[in-house]
Design a protein around this ligand. Structure first.
Ligand code: G3P
Length: 226
């Protein structure tokens, strides 16, 4: 599935508010708003819900993680092949809550490209962002871990981290798209992120924990409407 930018990627993490049937419900709300507005909204459910959600919505679905192993005797691992078979569009890698080594990112980005999966590599500083961009993922997502879940948006609290990442990625590998995340909860936060040169946002609690998912997502995408 071709990803059109700007992109709003909603990470369901392991929140009980977005697992199982509730995860499918939230994915359907995201799909409806994406269809109504034409804005690309993607979801990253827990791996246990990946196949079900990917089979029931027509928006991009991402795994939250993948393991750097080939299919075989690797109990409890999540292979790229299994993610692809589940119908996902791609996978996040190296999220601050699920860090992997750089050589594992390299293995996964190369293989994902080969088998047709989109990769979003999460990073925490401009320098790490540049290093990960050099490995050739489709996207990097700069997320200072200390802002995650705080509601303090990176695009306003640490614009220099976002701008620095955008500028370094342009130098290292201009084909790699830059998202930013952590604390993003409002349309203003999204507009600030785009002003800093990113092509979208990665977020979780601002939507998953919202009382009204539809309202929360519409608020986020408002600044993206033509
Ligand atoms: O993957 C995005 C996530 O780490 C950001 O969390 O709750 O600050 O949107 P949150």
């Amino acid at each position: 599935m071709e990803i059109k930018y700007p992109l709003v990627l909603i990470n369901f993490k392991a929140y009980s508010q977005a697992s199982g049937k509730k995860g499918l419900e939230l994915a359907k709300v995201a799909e409806k708003i994406s269809k109504d507005t034409g804005i690309t909204i993607a979801v990253a459910p827990q791996v246990t819900d990946l196949a079900l959600i990917a089979s029931r919505v027509e928006i991009p679905v991402f795994s939250q993680h993948a393991d750097a192993v080939d299919p075989g005797s690797h109990t409890g691992h999540i292979t790229l092949e299994a993610i692809k078979d589940a119908g996902a569009t791609g996978t996040m890698l190296n999220h601050s809550e699920r860090r992997i080594r750089a050589d594992q990112v390299d293995f996964l980005v190369k293989k994902a490209r080969k088998i047709g999966l989109v990769t979003v590599v999460c990073t925490n500083t401009p320098e790490v962002t540049a290093a990960m961009a050099a490995l050739g993922p489709n996207m990097v997502a700069i997320e200072p871990p200390e802002l995650i879940g705080t509601g303090i948006p990176v695009s306003k609290a640490k614009p220099e981290v976002v701008l620095g990442s955008v500028e370094l990625v342009k130098k290292v590998n201009p084909d790699v798209k830059v998202l930013c995340g952590a604390g993003i909860t409002t349309g203003d936060d999204v507009a600030a992120a785009l002003k800093l040169g990113t092509v979208g946002v990665l977020l979780a609690s601002g939507v998953v924990k919202a009382k009204n998912w539809e309202e929360a997502i519409l608020n986020l995408v408002k600044p993206l409407l033509k």
